[in-house]
Design a protein around this ligand. Sequence first.
Ligand code: NAP
Length: 281
Amino acid sequence: MTKYLVIGDPICHSRSPGMQNAAFEAHGLGRPYGIRHVTPAELPDFFEYARKNLSGVNLTVPHKLQAAVLSDELTSRAAECGSVNTLIISDGHILGDSTDGVGLERALEYCFSESLAGKRILFCGAGGAARATAVHFTHCGVQEISFINRTVAKAGELVDLCHRVDPEITAVCCSPQDTDSVKELLSRADYLIQATSLGLKSDDPPPFPLEWLTSGMKLKIFDTIYHPTPLQKHAASLGIKCCGGKEMLIQQGAESFRLWTGLDAPLDEMRKGFDTGVPGQ
Ligand code: NAP
């Protein structure tokens, strides 16, 4: 019986069911995790359905901000970033949490084997994923958090949010059109987090001109997109360490699984479930 769901609009590409059901099966709990297409207009009714029928939900684009408003209660980390990707449901009460930040932190540690303390982080993008993870990073001892984004005003809001959480942190932003500033930020960053949706479609342009990356740069790249994008391929050709988004999905999903069940998340089983699962099933 389905007690957990991932919802989004669109949602048919999701690998969460394969990954989460692998975790439940590893604990002898069957395959209780399903998938449902829910539009923004349907979200309030979905919350009432979930309240009566489900134990947990993962939410993806475009629901994370509205879910923070619809939840009965928020964890402190979800309240801080105003974003919810996990619902924990008990006795009709809906607690909203955000596991994206800790998911990306653990993915970076897994992929690059170092801690974030003292690092300069550069985000490409200022949407929901950048918001939730950047706010989390203000608690990880990083030295700087910067943003390059098409809509500079949205990046400016994230700079203000990071400063509200940690007034001491260095945080700046610029447009991808601002060549000098982008090159300067790229040259001093330890990590570039590609958190725009560019690269999801095969004909998408890169988030900035790829020739601005040069061999010998110290930065490492984490692209939130799972499949190899032109950015990932170009970075690899230059010898720049680069990792795709799979491990972030695994780690944020593992944190959701722990919150729902109180059990250890079997990470290797979840990775296998991601690799062998059919998207959307
Ligand atoms: P979102 O809130 O819709 O934000 C989208 C971002 O992409 C914004 O910064 C937006 O810029 C930018 N963008 C979109 N189209 C663009 C274009 N044509 N040119 C330039 N910039 C463009 O989405 P999100 O939730 O932050 O997700 C962003 C990406 O992260 C998605 O690809 C998603 O799949 C991925 N993600 C992965 C994981 C994982 O576990 N691996 C988890 C969460 C998200 P504007 O502000 O200018 O619109």
